[in-house]
Design a protein around this ligand. Structure first.
Ligand code: AMP
Length: 436
């Protein structure tokens, strides 16, 4: 199968060739014909499968073939859970639409409203937005969604977990009933299916390689090490193997800051990226990391979500995530679109239960590597894991599953500081990261 067989225009094929892609990924091969046929789509695909082009390419094609009724109103709305993802999707729209006269715009919180208002007024064909900031604009009547022909819900599972569904329902009420809806989610839980059933009309289902299959492309290793020695081990691994681009996950924002400083102190160019950082600082850190000015980027799960970094060679779990699925999301940062990658997890005695949960989800054991000089001290006993400022702790050994929603507030609007942020065990106040 080649892109030219999919019914895309010469301009779009040229933009694809500019990117150096020659073969559609499985999600692209399956989703593009469905979208071009005007059908609603329910796609199970996670980041790294090429899903963004999977919806962007046929949308651009549909817009070029259908004459615009008005330039003043957006014809396409893409909703994403995070600012970074909104920025990246919009960048993809620009990349694939570079030979077309299409205008696109990303709007998200954390940056000024005024430039966004100006850009909205100037006319936009494709609007990519996080729900909170979009609602702000809608309340101020800065945007008119009555001309939307195609709606995309990207990473719907994350939007559900982050408590965005009430906002999304409000936004959907302002869209025309007659429209095409494309729904992307990494997982198809019962909640997600119920949500999709309310939004979609006779959708075509598309499912590509399961999450576990993606994880299988990544070389995974566990290093058993005492908590207090993780930092030294990480520094040694980075230096010894000359890792030049490492995404390191920590559980808390504070942990991310501290670790980035220590790595920097050891001569490894590093920055932290999390919800308390300004949008400018986050964008700069990401750009420096991509251009290899920084060798390590230390991130929390929410901050790393949707980061589009091509063929990232190394991911390190400095701390294991509380939710086993997040492990798969994390290591999915490597091995993107066919490339292979390596994921190292530094596991201390407190985290043995979390490791067992992850191995159960993967349905296999992860290779254990012993580094001489870093053998764990068998006399150290497991302690509960502290999960951030609220001091929530999780039983360590032998624990089951993840406390996905300790506050029991799934689906509730949660605009205030920290409320409703379920994904990280209500650890941290990622209100600053909620697309406002
Ligand atoms: P996504 O899943 O949309 O985040 O895309 C993952 C990565 O794959 C992005 O960096 C894309 O640039 C890249 N990509 C998308 N489609 C293709 C393709 N057909 N061939 C090679 N790389 C691709």
């Amino acid at each position: 199968m080649s892109f030219s067989q999919l019914g895309l225009s010469a301009e779009i094929l040229r933009a694809i060739a500019d990117q150096g892609y020659d073969t559609p990924t499985p999600i692209q091969a399956q989703a593009i014909p469905v979208v071009l046929a005007g059908r609603d789509l329910m796609a199970a695909a996670q980041t790294g499968t090429g899903k963004t082009a999977g919806f962007t390419l046929p949308i651009l094609q549909l817009l070029t073939t259908r004459p615009a009724v008005s330039r003043a109103r957006p014809r396409v709305l893409v909703l994403t859970p995070t600012r970074e993802l909104a920025a990246q999707v919009e960048e993809s729209v620009r990349t694939y639409g570079r030979h077309l006269p299409m205008k696109s715009l990303a709007i998200f919180g954390g940056v000024g409203l005024v430039p966004q208002i100006k850009a909205l007024k100037a006319g936009v064909d494709i609007l990519v937005a996080t729900p909170g900031r979009l609602l702000d604009h809608l309340n101020q009547r800065n945007a008119d969604l009555s001309g939307v022909e195609i709606l995309v819900l990207d990473e719907a599972d994350r939007m559900l977990d982050m408590g965005f569904i009430p906002d999304i329902r409000k936004i959907l009420a302002l869209l025309p009933k007659q429209r095409q809806t494309l729904f992307f989610s990494a997982t198809f839980s019962d909640d997600i299916r119920a949500l999709a059933a309310g939004f979609l009309r006779d959708p075509q289902l598309v499912e590509v390689a399961s999450r576990n299959a993606t994880a299988d492309k990544v070389v995974q290793r566990v290093y058993h090490v005492d908590k207090a020695r993780k930092r030294d081990l990480l520094i040694q691994l980075i230096k010894e193997h000359n890792w030049h681009q490492v995404l390191v996950f920590t559980r808390t924002k504070h942990g991310a800051n501290t670790l980035a400083e220590k790595l920097e102190g050891a001569g490894i160019r590093s920055a932290a990226i999390h919800g308390n950082k300004s949008q400018g600082a986050r964008t700069k850190a990401l750009a420096d990391f991509k251009s290899l000015k920084l060798h390590a980027l230390v991130a929390t799960d929410i901050a790393a979500r949707g980061l589009d970094i091509d063929q990232l060679p190394h991911v390190v779990n400095y701390e294991l995530p509380n939710v086993p699925e997040d492990y798969v999301h994390r290591i999915g940062r490597t091995a993107r679109a066919g490339a292979s990658g390596e994921a190292a997890s530094l596991v201390c005695v407190d985290e043995h239960g979390l490791l067992r949960d992850i191995e159960r989800l993967l349905k296999r054991d992860i290779e254990k590597v012993a580094v001489p000089g870093f053998e764990p001290d068998p006399s150290i006993r497991a302690e509960p894991i502290e999960n951030g400022r609220r001091g929530q702790s999780r039983p360590s050994a032998g624990s089951r599953g993840g406390q996905r929603n300790p506050g029991g507030n799934r689906g509730q609007p949660s605009r205030g500081n920290g409320g409703g942020a379920s994904r990280q065990n209500a650890t941290s106040h990622h209100s600053g990261f909620r697309g406002r």
